[in-house]
Design a protein around this ligand. Structure first.
Ligand code: C2E
Ligand code: CA
Ligand code: CA
Ligand code: CA
Length: 274
């Protein structure tokens, strides 16, 4: 028993070592990645559920590093968050997204919007609101065309500076979306406390709606509740026509997902039919 205990122990440290090494490499490479221009913002189009017209896009960050290759946001965002590097990286995303939106609106429609994900650490940046304000001005984008997506993680600490930043952003006129709705612990409570404009139903619920009665009922009820609260409902991760048809029947407003389009480069997005 002792021997196996020791084996388990050494296996554990090896595994820990690998994880720590990878983490260390990512962190090391992330410093300077902005300067080396390794980040690129992709855009996943968002469509009206009713007739699949484009109304905007969600900005999704990509990182390509010389030695590590492509790293997914699920791996690098938590590290950027932990090190604080998400602050300059997040500002870069906002600047890129609004600069692109200016070009896209001119080409297609002035009411197109762009959604940007904000993570908890970004709210500890005392300059966040002013940065957004001045970048909107610089890029000539109406505040109402910027949609900030936040998850429960942002609200969980209950810190007053978060509430204050959100109030200031609302006063500016930007839109606020609750992301990954349904995956947290007290989403309903946050809906009551914060001035959201939009609710994004998590992909894990959308996945089940055509096969799973409970998932279907939950999504239906979420849409009804959102509408009675005056919220726009976005379904994320729509992958099949069956899902789209069901969402149409349920009166969902906006959808995004591989069925309609993957996250695209600016060049690809500008080539899409209007
Ligand atoms: P999220 O905000 O929930 O973004 C949706 C994720 O689902 C994206 O993954 C998107 O590419 C993926 N997706 C979209 N449609 C489908 C579909 O039909 N099927 C499937 N299986 N997946 C779909 P991605 O781009 O890998 O991003 C992962 C997460 O990383 C995001 O989740 C978001 O939390 C975070 N993230 C990405 N970019 C940023 C950023 O600029 N700032 C911050 N703070 N977080 C970001
Ligand atoms: Ca999102
Ligand atoms: Ca989401
Ligand atoms: Ca997510």
């Amino acid at each position: 028993a002792k021997a196996s205990g020791r084996n388990t122990y050494s296996f554990f440290t090896d595994e820990m070592n690998t994880i720590m090494q990878r983490r260390f490499q990512l962190e090391e490479q992330m410093h300077g990645a902005l300067e080396r221009n390794e980040f690129e913002v992709y855009y996943q189009p968002q469509y009206t559920v009713l007739n699949q017209e484009i109304i905007g896009a969600e900005a999704l960050l990509r990182w390509n590093n010389n030695s590590l290759g492509n790293i997914t946001p699920d791996e690098f965002i938590p590290i950027a968050e932990h090190t604080g590097l998400i602050v300059p990286i997040g500002r870069y995303v906002i600047k890129q997204a609004l600069t692109f939106l200016n070009q896209w609106q001119k080409q297609n429609a002035l009411n197109y919007s762009i959604s940007v994900n904000l993570s908890p650490r970004q709210f500890r940046d005392p300059g966040l609101v002013n940065f957004i304000k001045s970048t909107l001005k610089e890029t000539h984008i109406a505040a109402s065309c910027l949609n900030l997506e936040i998850t429960e993680g942002v609200l969980m600490s209950g810190q007053s500076y978060i509430y204050q930043a959100i109030s200031k952003l609302k006063k500016l006129g930007v839109k606020l979306a609750m992301d990954d709705f349904g995956t947290g612990y007290s989403s309903l409570n946050y809906l009551r406390q914060y001035p959201f404009d939009e609710l994004k139903i998590d992909r894990s619920f959308i996945q089940g709606i055509s096969e799973n009665k409970p998932d279907c009922d939950l999504v239906k009820a979420t849409i009804a509740m959102s509408h009675s609260l005056g919220l726009t409902v976005v379904a994320e991760g729509v992958e099949t026509n069956e899902q789209l048809t069901l969402l149409q029947d349920m009166g969902c407003n906006v959808c995004q997902g591989y069925l309609l389009n993957r996250p695209l480069t600016i060049q690809q997005l500008l080539k899409l039919p209007k």
